[in-house]
Design a protein around this ligand. Sequence first.
Ligand code: GDP
Length: 362
Amino acid sequence: ALTIGIVGLPNVGKSTMFNALTKNNVLAANYPFATIEPNVGVVPLPDARLTRLAEIFSSEKILPATVSFVDIAGIVRGASEGEGLGNKFLANIREADAICQVVRAFEDGDVVHVDGKVSPESDIETIHTELILADLQTLEKAVVRLEKESRIKKESKPLLENALAAQKVLEQGKTLYAAMKDGSADLDEAEARALGLLTTKPFIYVFNLDEDQLADTELHEKLRALVAPADAVFLNAKLEMDLMDMSPEDAQEMLEGFGATESGLNQLARTGFHTLGLQTYLTAGPKESRAWTIRQGWTAPQAAGVIHTDFEKGFIKAEVVSFADLDELGSMSAVKAGGKARLEGKDYVMADGDVVEFRFNV
Ligand code: GDP
């Protein structure tokens, strides 16, 4: 499964947020025999559609899609110099598919800030700098190698150009992800990844706010501007911990009291899922209503393969109805009677909200 690595300076609330995440661990609830790594939190992707499907199909169980977070411990400043913990830190980041940086915005005299002051902007820069320096080192070696290779092999020429373009972006203090996303650099993502560069990974920023900043949309916009075009999530890590110990009703009431509609961790799960380039499709029946994880752009046979490889090999058709139609009409028979069930073939590209039954040969 794809994972999101959580990073940040010390004392910004990473552990607090991660503990809240793991309290919500779905592996423990649904797969009692699964081994749970202490630094991995597998959380459900919130999806109200599953509740509705379970109602329509009288399903016994609901199985949401999941998002995996890894707590990447370790000091950060100097990591790119590659000593001890620094090396481990970078190796852990290399394994993650996306990077979630927790940034402190809360003021609290009792919690020391490593730099003596709360400054989201310089915290972000500190982490970026380490990752950028690590990438520049990687590129320095790659460029030497590619220069040699490109004298012999024509195919290496574009790779070299790519590496040089990446160097330029990084020297300006910008991550490759930001440059690829805002179009200021024309890098080939697959090649940049093949070079093992860290800053090509998608970034998400979590701003850990004071409780009274949770409804401060003006502040949110300011912080959001610091990290655009990457996504930002705003939460209060301590509050997220408290929410986990409450009934859903009490939690909702508490959130509304702070001017929020949804928990920060739910927003994070959703943002993380999309940042990873994932989407879901749905299946429903008396046994379970379930969300299955696929990549954006996958075809029906590829999607079927997530349930079972035989479904992909023996794929015949997908019977597809949209969740919106099911929700509105209230039953599968009503949807079919209304002519709103479709039979899709092997070239069909899955859409968000598809409720599917696959037909296949064994
Ligand atoms: P880490 O070093 O980034 O893992 O930070 P921790 O999660 O251990 O938090 C450091 C300290 O900050 C702890 O004393 C937390 O209780 C406190 N803390 C974490 N989140 C918040 C927050 O949102 N508001 C306030 N006031 N304190 C927080």
